[in-house]
Write a protein that binds this ligand. Structure first.
Ligand code: GRF
Length: 193
């Protein structure tokens, strides 16, 4: 069984979709949800779905390997960042080479980097007069949103769209594509090595 951990800081609609998608899956299981916010709704969603949760603090996450020890103890083989707002420390990325992905709610390399999250991204897309937006699933590196791109999907942006309209179209793409892309990455790999 390939065990996945999801890192999330907020609502957790993507985490919810991923958990649902892999419920009863023969090869893949969501075994842990990690958050940096004790009150994040994603934690309730995970608990309601019977998924273990862990809350991290800056000192534990950046100052110790406690989380890494827990991930290893649980046999976590893959990490999905789905709305996780902290930079991932190098020790954790090194422990999961080509086994940690992030979903970004825009078409990288544009509209990425520090501060580009949530409505800020969609406002920037609108302000730039873009005719389309979308999602980017990419490998995680020590800098925000700079890893190799794995998958992108696009949606139209009309001049009349407000940021929340763009957000809605982008979220729909996230919910449709993230879990299947993770599944492909894991099942393809397990057949090749
Ligand atoms: C999504 O827009 C995702 O692309 C970004 O953070 C947001 C998480 O939303 N990384 P949710 O918490 O999964 O609803």
């Amino acid at each position: 069984m390939e065990k996945i951990a999801i890192f999330a800081s907020g609502t957790g609609s993507n985490a919810q979709k991923i958990i649902e998608y892999f419920q009863g899956h023969p090869q893949i299981e969501v075994s842990l949800v990690v958050s940096n916010k004790a009150a994040a709704p994603v934690l309730e969603k995970a608990t309601a779905a019977g998924v273990d949760t862990t809350v991290i603090t800056r000192s534990s996450f950046y100052g110790t390997t406690a989380l890494l020890d827990e991930l290893k103890a649980k046999g976590i083989r893959f990490i999905v960042l789905a709305g996780f707002l902290w930079l991932v420390p190098a020790y954790l990325i090194a422990a999961y080479p080509q086994r940690m992905v992030n979903i970004h709610p825009a078409l990288l390399p544009k509209f990425g980097g520090k501060g580009m999250y949530g409505k800020h991204v969609h406002q920037a897309v609108k302000d730039a007069g873009e005719k389309e937006s979308g999602i980017t699933i990419h490998w995680v590196t020590p800098e925000y949103d700079e890893g190799g791109i794995i998958f992108q999907a696009r949606c139209p942006v009309d001049a009349s769209d407000q940021p929340e309209d763009i957000a809605r179209k982008v979220r729909q793409l996230e919910h449709e594509h993230l879990a299947p892309v993770v599944e492909k990455l894991l099942t393809e790999r397990s057949t090749t090595n």
